[in-house]
Design a protein around this ligand. Sequence first.
Ligand code: HEC
Length: 188
Amino acid sequence: MKRIALVFVAAGVLTGTAAWLAPASFGQNTGMTAGQATPDSNAAKQVIVTTIPQGYRDWKFVSAAHEAGDLNDIRVVIGNDIAIRAYRAGKPFPEGSVVGRVAWKMVPSEENNKTFGKEQSFVPGDAPDWYLQFMEKDSKKYAATGGWGYSNFGKDLQPTTDEKVMYSCFVCHQAVTQRDYVFTKYSP
Ligand code: HEC
């Protein structure tokens, strides 16, 4: 019954959201370049998380990615124990799941290249403006945004609180609603 209710809430959000989609470009501020929306309801405020989850640096590895172009970063996706258990069991993410993604500027490693005898090695460099990102599952608290709250911290570790920017996280992650808004698949 609860599930059905949530589906209705989600449907309502989607319908309501369609009207907000606008050709703005603030998605770029998140280190991504699509998923634009102009939020004008509580959903935008509700989506924002402003604290870095404790102990995230000890979390387990889910997978890695490299984004080329303007981003030009190396990133890892990590999860807290609740999320990792769900990932490994192929089960839905329970309440309290947190999935994180940490990015670094991608830089050539002279030392490694010297060792290899050719230019082939790239490693993480400084933190970019879109350094730490997390999505936290709380179906009640973040009901208006698919049950996930989103956070972004720059290299200064300050949270991004711009509602448009933060709402764009949800808008883009809706591309994978069928996987509970999580893009990254577990790399065994
Ligand atoms: C234009 C689309 C887009 C926008 C906007 C976007 N993301 Fe993502 N996000 C992705 C894609 C694609 C991935 C997986 C590949 C990667 O990490 O590069 C991802 C990965 C993630 C992950 C790792 C879990 C997963 O879903 O794979 C987190 C956490 C995350 N994003 C948080 C955020 C936050 C927080 C924001 C807003 C500040 C945001 N994202 C904005 C597309 C987007």
